[in-house]
Design a protein around this ligand. Structure first.
Ligand code: SF4
Length: 359
């Protein structure tokens, strides 16, 4: 039986149950989810499914990430609510590709781990499968493993297995509706031009879940702890000197009273220029070299600073809990204009901790 897989939280429990119910059946996992956006989130979910399938001894195939085809299929349905018409098309597409793959590989039957998700409509999934089966002559296997305490059992397995728990269904449209309802920024869509990894970003989770697989391979015991903290995202910024935009780098947690200010440097103390407005501090690239080996503004622009280096600079200049704008420029100007659009917000971050050997 080919098992279409959506994520590890659904697949681990579903596959365990399938193995119990069909002990003689050869099961093959098939990760086909071009609906998942952004691509880093797709990689993260796939990574965790790979780990889960390995633990269960089930071979896994990866389908094509044909995101543009998926977008074409749901065109015009972007504003549909979850469980609406867009989800029907999304199920049709994923089940059709899974059924075709099952046929191609010579499997008699196929099913999907979406059936176990409490957030999905089983009726909608069955209707999609019936449509696919009529077209292709395939046989969909319907299983309800979520009734009779299944969902509670699934939550227990998720915790025990330390599976990656995503907090949105997968597509950009569902995500934007969810974040709008929660009145929080859609930070999943923010990716800096620098290659640095932002706190609580998908990239950070991807690095962490990759690292945990390495620890598991080495037999090192670890735990994942959750931490509440103040996060920050810079949305847009520029600095103008003599009416011309100049290369600038804005340190995290920089906020202006309003988004824009005209300022002049009043004094320079130990390499830090103190402006007359909005507690702005300006440092030059030479000052930055006290902390990192960086050639020029362009190099800084594309490389970025590590988050903890930025925090160290901020602490050294302005102390703990500072939200003053701290700007790096080639040289400290006399007068300048500055625009910073940024948000600070409460967030939760996961961290990997290696357990004490004797604990
Ligand atoms: S909300 Fe989920 S099921 Fe619905 S279209 Fe988006 S990814 Fe597909």
């Amino acid at each position: 039986m080919l098992v279409h897989i959506c994520c590890s939280v659904d697949s681990h429990f579903f596959l365990e149950k399938l193995k119990e119910k069909y002990p003689n059946e050869e099961l093959v996992g098939f990760f086909y989810d071009p609906n998942i956006h952004p691509y880093s989130e797709y990689r993260l979910r796939l990574l965790d499914v790979e780990r889960s399938c390995k633990r269960l001894g089930i071979p896994l195939l990866e389908g094509e990430y044909d995101y543009e085809e998926w977008l074409k299929a749901v065109r015009g349905l972007e504003n549909e609510p979850e469980k609406g018409e867009r989800c029907r098309v999304c199920f049709d597409r994923r089940l059709e590709v899974a059924a075709r793959k099952a046929k191609e590989l010579g499997h008699k039957r196929y099913t999907t781990t979406l059936l176990v998700s409490p957030l999905k409509s089983q009726e909608q999934l069955q209707a999609s499968a019936a449509h696919v089966d009529r077209e292709l002559g395939t046989e969909f296997v319907f299983e309800d493993f979520r009734s009779f305490g299944g969902t509670q059992q699934q939550a227990k397995v998720t915790k025990e297995q330390k599976l990656y728990r995503q907090d949105y269904c997968g597509c950009i449209f569902g995500l934007s509706q969810q974040r709008a309802k929660q009145e929080v920024i859609m930070d999943e869509m923010l990716c800096p031009v620098t290659q640095r990894i932002l706190p609580a970003s998908i990239e950070e989770r991807l690095a962490m879940y990759t690292r945990r697989m390495e620890l598991e391979e080495q037999g090192i015991d670890y735990t994942i702890v959750r931490k509440r903290f103040l996060n920050y995202r810079l949305l847009r910024a520029f600095v103008r000197v003599d009416k011309k935009v100049v290369p600038s780098y804005i340190l995290s947690y920089s906020h202006l009273r309003r988004d824009y200010a005209k300022a002049r440097i009043e004094e320079i103390v130990d390499g830090v220029g103190y402006a007359n407005r909005d507690e702005i501090r300006v440092i030059d690239i030479g000052f930055l070299r006290r902390y990192v080996d960086v050639q020029d503004m362009q190099a800084l622009y594309f490389r970025g600073l590590e988050w903890n280096v930025e925090q160290r600079i901020r602490r050294d200049i302005d102390g703990e809990y500072s939200l003053s704008p701290i700007v790096v420029l080639d040289t400290i100007p006399n007068r300048f204009e500055i625009y910073i659009e940024a948000v600070s917000y409460k967030d939760v971050r996961e961290e990997l901790r290696i357990k004490d050997a004797n604990a």
